[in-house]
Design a protein around this ligand. Structure first.
Ligand SMILES: [Zn+2]
Length: 637
């Protein structure tokens, strides 16, 4: 079966019930603009780039060595490197479904053949455990990542099932899933994986195949967690969310990607099992963590030592970890919650995270990536050598590949299916969530053409290219910052408030609906309890967080010297946003504390240009900051 034979393809997350339904992979086609450029670079460069690196480093050959019986203690890569191969296969599969590119299909087949040869007869599949001169199977559930890797294999198989139908990869995944159920079922090994992912993989694979036992195994893993099932470690059991059962936890804690992958699975299980208690627990955790443990960019993870969430209000901009994968995992959670509940706040956070975490990671050519996404880089990083593996996650420059290289393949699979987040459908209802130029075909005969240069400007034009007979509800998301947005439709123009602008009537083929979102740059102030940025202000424009780069400072000034005059609103001229700022070069003091404030010295005023955060370090290494210290505040009303 080829893509051309399938009229409607699936998409990555397809719950069997919920307030909103996702569209299929080819129901939305991006036709240009911001996200089309990222998706094109992903298809043209990133996928191949990832495969070349994994071939070069021997991560692909690890599968051949298992097949050939030549495994040994010299295995290259971390124990979880198989998962990068699976994420790449997933990305190729969505890309093939999206574009019909035969080279992407061929890549899936090529990689599947190597993966399949490494599978043991009982379905076990891992290149780091269980073979000659390797630790035994499941001998390190805390850190071994065996089940984590299978979870990513299952997600890759879901992509294949929903684009081409069952094939060899799906058969391999089914054997692996059956092995997991047989080994870790109710009467089997009572363990769980230190890194959640098997749960979300099993849940979706179960949905895609209509196999309830995979969903039941996911539920079992979820409910087994939080009871001290794993060994205690120096970072504590909160690191892998084994400190508190998910139904009882009030917020996200520990390793951010772990916490969020686990939560995504909890939404899946809650929806499929009609479990309002579990869904309410997840919504509570989302509410608390977003209110107190999330960066302005949507980034999550305040600590480097455990790549984890900090305490409430612990959001240091310079030590922000904000792993790209955590941003992607946050989107996975919010997307599932939006489909389940229809609550607009989930789509709002997705947009923030898409533009300010996901889009920040890949370089324009799709061949280098940010792993950590701090909001303040104190010193410019060193130029990265594109032929070298970066041993560190941080460093202030995008790197071609990392020692732990989870982020590039996660970016690849997310961008390949990014357009599936643009819109959802309900009963005679289409909801536009993310703004991008696109053709959209909804069930029931409604087709629209969206044209926009968003986020360069805030004009979104929706032309009805085919209207069904009878009334239809068309909803357009109005972001929370878009006060004063205007909607022009049916010969009327009205102001619409954040939430959804709703058109509920019979549509006419050929008519155009215009939404205008105000894109005037604006100051954003932090809650006073976020100690690390008290006395600072940030600037946002539309969905974009802006930042200052050292490259734009007057000669002799440093970013440490900048103070913003917040009495003067940020301005925009010819596409450049500036703030009125002072540079206050501090003398070298032998002791940086004094009985009284040092006040200011020779202030020099400047119009400081700001750039979108997602573009920082594009012009080469630079110091950067999002939160700018304030010299003068506006009077309180
Ligand atoms: Zn990562």
């Amino acid at each position: 079966m080829t893509v051309e034979d399938i009229r409607t393809l699936g998409s990555p997350v397809m719950p069997s019930r919920g307030r909103q339904r996702p569209l299929g992979l080819t129901d939305v086609v991006l036709t240009g603009g911001f996200w089309a450029r990222l998706q094109d670079a992903n298809a043209a460069a990133t996928l191949r780039h990832c495969e070349e690196w994994m071939e070069k480093l021997g991560w692909l050959a690890n599968f051949d060595r298992v097949a050939d019986g030549t495994t040994g203690p010299d295995r290259p890569g971390w124990s979880f490197s198989d998962s990068e191969v699976y994420k790449l296969v997933e990305a190729y599969a969505w890309e093939h479904g999206r574009s019909g590119d035969p080279a992407a299909d061929e890549a899936v087949r090529r990689l599947t053949a190597r993966i399949g040869r490494a599978q043991d007869v009982d379905g076990y599949l891992n290149t780091a455990f269980g073979h000659a001169d390797q630790p035994p199977r499941y001998s390190d559930l805390e850190m071994g990542h065996e089940l984590y890797c299978v979870g990513h294999l299952l997600q890759a198989a879901v992509a294949r099932l929903r684009t081409t139908g069952a094939d060899e990869l799906v058969a391999i995944a089914q054997c692996a899933a059956d092995h997991v159920c047989a080994t870790f079922g109710p009467d089997g090994n009572q363990g769980i994986c230190g890194h959640p992912e098997i749960e979300v993989g099993l849940a979706e694979f179960g949905r895609a195949l209509g196999e309830d036992r995979y969903l039941e195994q996911a539920r079992l893993f979820l409910d087994r967690r939080g009871h001290g099932t794993l060994r205690d470690i120096s970072l504590g059991r909160a690191y892998f969310q084994d400190d508190t059962p998910i139904r009882e936890a009030s917020t996200w804690r520990g390793h951010a990607v772990r916490a969020l992958y686990l939560t995504a699975a909890a939404v899946d299980v809650a929806v499929e099992r009609d479990d309002p208690e579990l869904l309410a627990a997840v919504e509570r955790q989302w509410t608390n963590a977003v209110a107190r443990r999330t960066y302005l960019t949507g980034g999550m993870g305040s600590r480097h030592q455990d790549e984890g969430f900090g305490e409430d209000w612990e959001l240091p901009p310079d030590r922000a970890y904000c792993e790209t994968c955590a941003g992607i995992a946050s989107v996975m959670v919010s997307w599932r919650l939006f489909l389940a509940t229809g609550d607009v706040r989930y789509a709002d956070l997705m947009e923030r995270t898409f533009f300010n975490v996901l889009a920040a990671s890949p370089r324009a050519d799709g061949r280098a990536f940010f792993y950590a996404n701090p909001l303040h880089q104190r010193t410019a990083g060193a130029v990265a050598d594109d032929s070298e593996v970066n041993p560190r996650a941080e460093g202030g420059v995008r790197a071609a590949w990392f020692d732990v290289s989870c982020c590039p393949t996660n970016v690849a699979r997310t961008l390949a299916a990014w357009h599936t987040h643009v819109a959802t459908v309900g009963e005679r209802e289409l909801t536009l969530l993310q703004y991008a130029s696109a053709h959209i075909e909804a069930p029931g005969g409604l087709a629209i053409e969206v044209t926009t240069a968003y986020p360069d400007n805030g004009h979104v034009s929706v032309r009805i290219t085919r209207a069904p007979s009878g009334p239809v509800t068309l909803r357009l998301r109005v972001p929370p910052w878009a006060t004063g947005a205007e909607l022009a439709e049916g010969g009327r123009c009205s102001t619409v408030t954040p939430g959804f602008a709703v058109i509920d009537r019979e549509l006419v083929t050929g008519e155009t609906i215009e939404l205008t979102l105000p894109m005037t740059p604006r100051f954003t102030w932090p809650d006073h309890r976020i100690d690390a940025v008290r006395g600072c202000v940030a600037v946002e424009r539309g969905p974009l967080v802006l930042c200052a780069e050292s490259l734009d400072l007057p000669p002799g000034a440093t970013l440490d010297d900048v103070r913003v005059d917040a009495r003067v609103s940020p301005s925009e001229r010819d596409g450049t946003v500036t703030v009125h700022a002072m540079t206050d070069p501090a003398p070298a003091e032998p002791w940086p504390y004094a009985p009284a404030s040092a006040g200011t010295r020779g202030l020099a005023s400047t119009e400081l240009p700001l750039i979108p955060y997602h573009r920082w370090a594009e012009r080469g290494p630079a110091a950067m900051r999002v939160w700018l210290p304030v010299h003068a505040e506006p009077d309180l009303p």
